[in-house]
Ligand binder design. Structure first.
Ligand code: AMP
Ligand code: ZN
Length: 456
């Protein structure tokens, strides 16, 4: 059974299906620029969770939003809308720009074998859901409209605010920005659900013309597409506060109970020692990786080499090493494919799945894979089946070289197996003799730190 560290309970919690399915909501991209590989690391986490649950035949119903309106440049609710600001900079209509970057996001996810969610609602197309939710919150006394046509959530009406991040209301200090506290707010930590405005991309509501706050979008979309009981909610660690605190307050206040059972957050990807972010100027895109001659799935493998709850400082060396491992494994799988099929090496595949289920301990799963690769006692046919079986979890396209590798002449495969066993048993004389025999068949063998490799 999958166990995932829950940010709220601070424990690894079992993720169990309710009525036959696990319902998972993942905060999606704000589509005003290309996603960088840091963003993609967060989306990979949800993909892995889904694959691990499906490996146990659990149905997973997923939803990921596309934010194309309402996310302001400054998370403290000020500044311009990210999509509108970028549309102006690129001289495009806002929603054209948003669709362009949404397509790019979908392409990047596909290249990383991150499967699309079952529902991917766009904020701009679900405004009616947000209006409905805001009306309900006002009716229940959790929100209030102000004369200019904006609506605020009354933070003090949700006493358990802060359980995710530790930012309790009594610890939050009024902002010390030049603007000071917004005089329209009853309490300094209240936040806008609806923002009155006459800019581009606004909608009519009972309160006034305007656009939704970013946090209310996720509450409205998640509860509409997954219902008022959501098993797992994922996102990057920076979304814990204020985005997820505010989302939790809104959803729970509307539903009258805890809507999300478990919250899982992925740690940040660093590059050059700092969080990867456009504002830090250290962004790496998936297209940069491809331009460097590396397989995009080398990024996926580099991420799998680390736990999702640990920060990962990515370097080009790490990516190149992952690319080499990926190519080696695909080559091995293609070689093993030439041999008679044998049953799975169940002790290995079982251990790898256990590692995945242990709070996504992907580095441990990869160690199992390396052990299996080098185990002389396991037949090539069994290694083949086991690697392909585990690739359902790994998503590394390990079968992509099958049929492309040079074919070994008759008898050479057996000699290679014997030689691998001889090397494992430190029988260097036999290993040398077998190398000569293979050379006689036209197969050149050399030894590397990852084991013997051959070519014809
Ligand atoms: P954004 O498009 O900025 O809203 O971010 C989309 C997702 O990427 C969110 O879940 C963020 O938490 C996550 N994210 C942003 N920067 C990083 C990073 N450097 N490493 C990992 N995840 C990140
Ligand atoms: Zn969200």
């Amino acid at each position: 059974m999958l166990r995932i560290h829950d940010t709220r309970t601070k424990r690894a919690e079992p993720i169990t299906p309710v009525n036959g399915a696990v319902r998972m909501y993942s905060c999606g991209p704000t589509v005003y620029r290309y996603a960088h590989v840091g963003n993609l690391r967060t989306y990979l986490m949800s993909d892995l969770i889904r694959r691990v649950l499906e490996a146990r035949r659990v149905r997973v119903v997923t939803c990921q939003n596309i934010t194309d309106v309402g996310h302001l440049v400054d998370d403290a609710e000020i500044g311009e809308d990210k999509v509108l600001a970028q549309a102006r900079a690129e001289g495009k209509a806002a929603l054209d720009l948003a669709r362009f970057y949404e397509d790019a996001f979908r392409g990047d996810c596909a290249a990383l074998n991150v499967r699309p969610a079952d529902s991917m609602p766009r904020a701009s197309e679900t405004i009616d859901l947000m209006i409905e939710l805001i009306a309900k919150l006002i009716e229940k006394g959790h929100a209030y409209a102000v004369p200019d046509g904006s609506v605020f959530f009354a933070a003090e009406s949700f006493p358990s605010y802060g359980e995710l991040s530790g930012n309790r209301l009594d610890h939050l200090r009024p902002g010390h920005r030049v603007e000071g506290v917004d005089p329209r707010k009853r309490f300094h930590a209240d936040w806008a659900l609806w923002k009155h405005s006459h800019r581009e991309l606004t909608w009519e509501t009972p309160w006034g013309v305007g656009f939704p706050g970013w946090h209310v979008e996720c509450s409205a979309m998640s509860m509409h597409y997954l219902g008022e009981h959501i098993d797992l909610h994922t996102g990057g660690i920076d979304l814990r506060f204020p985005h997820h605190e505010d989302e939790r307050a809104q959803s729970d206040s509307a539903a009258g109970h805890e809507v999300v059972r478990h919250w899982a957050h992925g740690e940040h990807l660093l590059f050059d020692g700092r969080k990867m972010a456009k504002s830090s100027g250290n962004v790496v895109l998936l297209s940069d990786v491809a331009e460097a001659g590396l397989d995009p799935l080398a990024v996926r493998l580099a991420f799998l080499e680390h736990k999702h709850r640990h920060q990962l400082n990515l370097t080009w060396d790490t990516l190149r090493a992952a690319d080499r491992t990926l190519r080696r494994w695909r080559g091995r799988v293609a070689e093993w494919a030439e041999r008679p099929s044998e049953p799975l090496a169940r002790d290995y595949t079982g251990r790898a799945l256990d590692a995945f289920e242990d709070d996504l301990d992907t580095p441990a799963a990869l160690r199992v894979l390396r052990e299996l690769e080098h185990d002389p006692e396991v037949s090539p046919g069994s290694k083949f089946e086991s690697f392909l079986h585990l690739d359902h979890l790994l998503g590394l396209d390990l079968s992509s070289e099958i049929g492309k590798a040079p074919v070994l002449p008759g008898g050479a495969a057996e000699l290679l197996d014997q030689r691998e066993r001889a090397r494992a048993g430190h029988d260097w004389a036999a290993a040398d003799r077998l190398r000569d025999e293979l050379a006689g068949l036209g197969v050149k063998v050399s030894d590397t730190t990852d084991g013997q490799v051959w070519n014809t």
